[in-house]
Design a protein around this ligand. Structure first.
Ligand SMILES: *[C@@H]1O[C@H](CO)[C@@H](O)[C@H](O)[C@H]1NC(C)=O
Length: 172
């Protein structure tokens, strides 16, 4: 698709979908990125797809129901994951892949949960140094709050130092 056609499509969409300015801005960012790369066919580039991977740098014993703040950023395209809150906030509606893996301590259980806003989506469990994993393809809305939370149990230990991580990316 050439740029003229693509921009015409976006203006067409812009007129039709006035409510979703943010998505149009994201699409325009994709175009600008592509123009910078100066190719012919449009594909969203790695500089513009919302995506994050964050890890726990230190071991943690969270309180019950505490949001886990993964503190060490490996990838955070667009800055939509916040290390100060532990929350990923999608910048646009769409399908997202969200996952987390967390490692338990010697002889102990570890229970955590993946939440979107006020809804628990999935649970993960690890025991005695094993990892627990959660994976979800989720239809998210712009502004949703996505995070990993300790469940109601307190006193469980999470191994950090690169053993526990939280990731997500925009699919389409
Ligand atoms: C935990 O794992 C270690 C290492 O594999 C093993 O020696 C130990 O028996 C396990 N402990 C329990 C409580 O299962």
């Amino acid at each position: 698709m050439n740029f003229g056609v693509l921009i015409a499509c976006l203006i067409w969409n812009g007129n039709l979908v006035l409510s979703n300015k943010q998505e149009i801005i994201e699409d325009l960012k994709n175009i600008i990125y592509k123009i910078k790369k100066s190719g012919d066919d449009f594909r969203p580039g790695p500089a513009s797809i919302p995506a994050f991977t964050v890890i726990l740098s230190k071991d943690l014993t969270p309180l019950s129901n505490q949001i886990i703040k993964f503190d060490s950023v490996k990838t955070n395209v667009g800055g939509h994951y916040s290390t100060s809150t532990g929350v990923f906030t999608p910048p646009r509606d769409g399908l997202y892949m969200i996952s987390a893996t967390m490692r338990s301590n010697a002889g102990q259980h570890l229970h955590c949960e993946l939440w979107v806003n006020d809804a628990m989506k999935e649970k993960l469990f690890g025991t005695n140094y094993s990892t627990g994993t959660t994976n979800a393809v989720l239809k998210l809305r712009r502004g949703d709050r996505v995070f990993i939370k300790k469940d109601y149990r307190s006193g469980e230990y999470i191994l950090g130092r690169g053993w526990s991580m939280f990731s997500g990316y925009f699919i389409a």
